[in-house]
Write a protein that binds this ligand. Structure first.
Ligand SMILES: CC(C)(COP(=O)(O)OP(=O)(O)OC[C@H]1O[C@@H](n2cnc3c(N)ncnc32)[C@H](O)[C@@H]1OP(=O)(O)O)[C@@H](O)C(=O)NCCC(=O)NCCS
Length: 189
């Protein structure tokens, strides 16, 4: 197997079954109990920013990014990241993370957050989020809560309860924004 035969492409709906298989293999039934899973249940992931690695037309690895919110902060949650066992330790996982960070940055994201092993993600630009800054929907080892700032200082505003972005509380900016259009005459009470 040559790494030159591996391609990295945005995820498509057609990849869903293979991605599910890879995640079952990597995480087993325990995946449903994870805090990150609970957040991801709240809404869709960003398929356009999520990636698969293909070899011989088959999905051999996957990473997903999901929009999340905490307080006034917005971020992307990275994960699950999983590589088929036969393709581990070839650099594919790290490459997927690096490309997904580039995609997130190009899309204007300020922050990427994940729950994972510091020694693996540290060299990819992630560091520990200060203890107590985030409230996750299920217990998480605080040493595994990591973030990569794509815009310096973005982590500061990301604090409090972490939810899928579809369930975000309106920010001060949103609340202060004036109504776009006055109601048409016939709709006024
Ligand atoms: C973790 C995982 C995604 C790594 O993908 P990969 O393509 O095999 O890893 P890479 O080739 O990019 O990197 C390999 C290096 O990372 C190290 N590494 C792998 N998993 C690690 C971990 N959990 N913690 C620290 N280092 C790790 C390897 O020892 C190797 O080190 P080396 O380069 O010094 O030899 C893959 O093993 C996997 O799918 N695991 C099961 C699911 C999982 O745990 N996902 C991550 C959730 S946080």
């Amino acid at each position: 197997m040559s790494l030159a035969d591996v391609t990295y492409v945005p995820e498509l709906a057609a990849h869903d079954h293979e991605i599910e298989d890879i995640n079952v293999e990597a995480f087993g039934p325990g995946r449903f109990a994870r805090a990150a899973y609970k957040i991801r249940e709240g809404g869709p992931h960003r398929r356009d920013l999520s990636l698969v690695a293909l070899h011989d037309g088959k999905v051999i690895a996957s990473v997903r990014l999901t929009p999340i919110a905490a307080g006034e902060g917005r971020a992307l949650l990275l994960g699950p990241l999983a590589v088929r066992p036969a393709f581990k330790n070839l650099g594919i996982g790290k490459r997927l993370v690096a490309i997904s960070l580039d995609a997130a940055r190009a899309d204007g994201a300020a922050l990427v957050v994940l729950v994972g092993d510091g020694p693996y993600y540290g060299p990819l630009g992630f560091s520990r989020i200060p203890g107590g800054q985030l409230a996750m929907p299920r217990p998480v080892d605080p040493t595994r809560l990591l973030a990569a700032e794509l815009r310096p200082g973005a982590l500061e505003a990301f604090r409090g309860e972490v939810v899928h972005a579809d369930h975000a509380q309106p920010t001060a900016e949103t609340v202060a924004a004036p109504a776009a259009e006055p109601l048409p005459e016939k709709l006024r009470a």
